[in-house]
Design a binder for this molecule. Structure first.
Ligand code: TEU
Length: 586
């Protein structure tokens, strides 16, 4: 099974690992990589307009390289009027003006490749912008050649059956366009009309565009809501009751069940992906434990990886928009989700692991504890979790510093179309706006989008202008410059943990087994590969916990520890609040 090229990705000179790994099947560079996600708007501004840019990213490549990560995922950088920060693309073949030029892009890509970093771009092809030329043509008349690039419902047929429009105050995914007396479909805002994948011309345009970026040397795509591209174009009536009964109350499961999804992905693979050595990641909205393998089973020739929402959606109250259960989330549920998802790819396919991204609040606030006394320990604990699970880790920029939610008080401070649309919807329905705003302090996407905190100079060294989104005022104490100087900082712990994963393939490929599943405070698991075994202990609570090893034998000093000392007794490890340790085990 092992091709010669297989060994090329092994650490040079690491003969011991090579031998030990000789019977690991299907090794791939993207399985062994750590992905670092950069939100370009908020990373580094070089021209003083308050918005991050490509030159800014280029100027910080040495920093990214120093983290030890392998791949950079950039959120969309294409031409866009920015209704949804680049997820509304008006030109797939150019660079957003605020971010720079194609020349800046080429320089950035070269800078990455020179440093051995790979670039994964965002592919947003479920929808484009209503300012894209295709849509301008399409809406202009019913007989325009581009009419069938989008989904239209002629008004003489009556009102179209309900479909959700995520970011709209009225919640509808159809918008009436008087020019041709018809409605068009948009699963997100009305500024983001859904492309009609039924039309082979649309698929060809998209595949050609993908080739253009791959020919430039781009190393892969993260595919935005790719699970939604196929529609049941008869648009049958789907009721809330159907969603409750057939789709577990989750509209996205319905949207992800279009009849031709896998045909289109296989066609994309055949026409484009199979011709390049690239990686692909599906944003697996609506994918479940029962359907996800179909997207990434290598024998089906579709995509490489998908990410699910079961983890990041934990702890929200049902039937309310991202409102946390006042009791928080249960660690036993958290363990179950990640263990169940690990088992999906136990024999085939490959998983991913993440706790934050541009659609999520900061992981420290949501999954750790952002009180000053626990910031450091709990941030390092989450880093240990992300980098010791099976599946490719996706690490969100700024999490290595322990950045946390900004927790805006007023709607006027938000920039995100989702928060603003939802506020309007609740207002129109006479709902509880205070409750909504309180909830957003924990769950809003803008919490994860505030600018990177480089140092304690004005605007955190992000910009000389006015930042597009407020900077977390804690930048004077939480910033990269300070943590560079401190060997035990969260930043340096992240580097250590990345290196540990890269040096020990048991952390990448080792079989995952949950230990003590009912323990309400400690997440413990072993990873095992070719006779080597390790034990990961994560105390997710602010209490001191004696953890009973229950017969698991550990040996030697901890491989990594987020506290300066360890406290091991016969058959027991005494864990400090939010302590994370990894031991060699038998
Ligand atoms: O997100 C799709 C998606 O599923 C979101 O609705 C997500 O559930 C939501 O952000 C959670 O609050 C993708 C992008 O990642 C997101 O940034 C875009 O806004 C969206 O698609 C539309 O392109």
């Amino acid at each position: 099974m092992l091709a010669a090229a297989f060994f090329v990705s092994c650490n040079e000179g690491d003969k011991k690992t090579e031998n030990k790994m000789a019977d690991v099947k299907d090794r791939k560079w993207w399985k062994e990589a750590v992905v670092y996600q950069v939100y370009p708007r908020s990373f580094k501004d070089t021209d003083g307009d308050g918005v991050g840019d490509l030159k800014g990213i280029a100027s910080k490549l040495d920093y990214i390289k120093s983290l030890g990560v392998d791949i950079i995922w950039l959120n969309p950088v294409y031409g866009s009027p920015n209704a949804d920060n680049g997820y509304d693309i008006s030109d797939y073949r150019s660079i957003m003006k605020e971010f720079g030029t194609m020349n800046d892009f080429d320089t950035l890509l070269k800078g990455m490749h020179n440093r051995g970093l790979k670039l994964v771009m965002d592919l947003v092809v479920n929808h484009c912008s209503d300012e894209h030329e295709w849509f301008k043509q399409s809406r202009s008349s019913r007989t325009n050649p581009y009419r069938d690039y989008f989904h239209w419902w002629p008004a003489e047929k009556g009102t179209p059956p309900f479909r959700p429009g995520s970011f709209e105050a009225d919640g509808s995914g159809w918008r009436y366009d008087s020019l041709t007396n018809a409605y068009y479909l948009h699963y997100f805002s009305y500024k983001q009309p859904d492309l009609n994948w039924e039309n082979p011309k649309v698929r060809k345009e998209i595949f050609d565009m993908m080739k253009m970026w791959f020919d430039k040397g781009v190393d892969g795509f993260r595919m935005d809501v790719i699970t939604f591209i196929s529609k049941d174009t008869l648009f049958p009536v789907i009721t809330q009751k159907d969603i409750a009964e057939k789709y577990n109350g989750d509209w996205s499961q319905y949207l992800a069940s279009g009849p031709h999804l896998h045909d289109y992905l296989q066609e994309m693979n055949k026409e484009v992906l199979s011709k390049y050595d690239v990686m692909t990641l599906a944003e697996g909205a609506g994918a479940t434990r029962y359907t996800a393998l179909k997207l990434v089973d290598p024998d089906r020739h579709e995509l490489n990886m998908a990410y699910h929402f079961d983890g990041v959606n934990l702890g929200y109250l049902p039937n309310e928009f991202k409102q946390m259960d006042p009791n928080g989330y249960k660690l036993t549920d958290f363990k179950k989700v990640y263990s169940d998802w690990d088992s999906v790819f136990a024999d085939k396919g490959w998983g991913t692991i993440y706790l934050g991204n541009h659609d999520q609040p900061r992981m420290l606030t949501r999954w750790g504890n952002d009180a000053p006394e626990y910031r450091e320990a709990s941030s390092k604990l989450l880093t240990t979790f992300l980098l010791s699970m099976r599946g490719t880790p996706y690490y969100y920029f700024g999490d290595e510093l322990g950045m946390n939610n900004i927790k805006f008080d007023k709607i006027e401070e938000y920039r995100d179309i989702e928060s603003i649309g939802m506020y309007q919807q609740i207002k129109n329905n006479g709902g509880d706006l205070d409750r909504f705003l309180k909830g957003q302090k924990i769950s809003a996407r803008d919490n994860g989008r505030t600018p990177f905190q480089w140092d304690d100079s004005p605007n955190a060294g992000f910009t000389t202008g006015t930042p597009w989104l407020k900077i977390n005022p804690n930048y004077t104490s939480v910033n990269a410059a300070m943590q560079e100087k401190d060997a035990s900082s969260m930043l340096n712990y992240f580097r250590k943990m990345v290196k540990l994963r890269k040096d020990n393939l048991v952390l990448v490929y080792g079989k995952y087994t949950l230990v003590d599943k009912d323990n309400p405070a400690v997440y413990a698991y072993t990873r095992a590969l070719n006779g080597e075994k390790i034990l990961v202990l994560l105390n997710f609570s602010k209490e001191k916990i004696p953890f009973n090893l229950n017969g698991i034998k550990i040996s030697g000093k901890a491989w990594i520890n987020n506290y300066p000392s360890e406290n091991v007794e016969e058959n027991k490890v005494n864990l400090e609040p939010y302590q994370a340790v990894i031991y060699k085990a038998e």
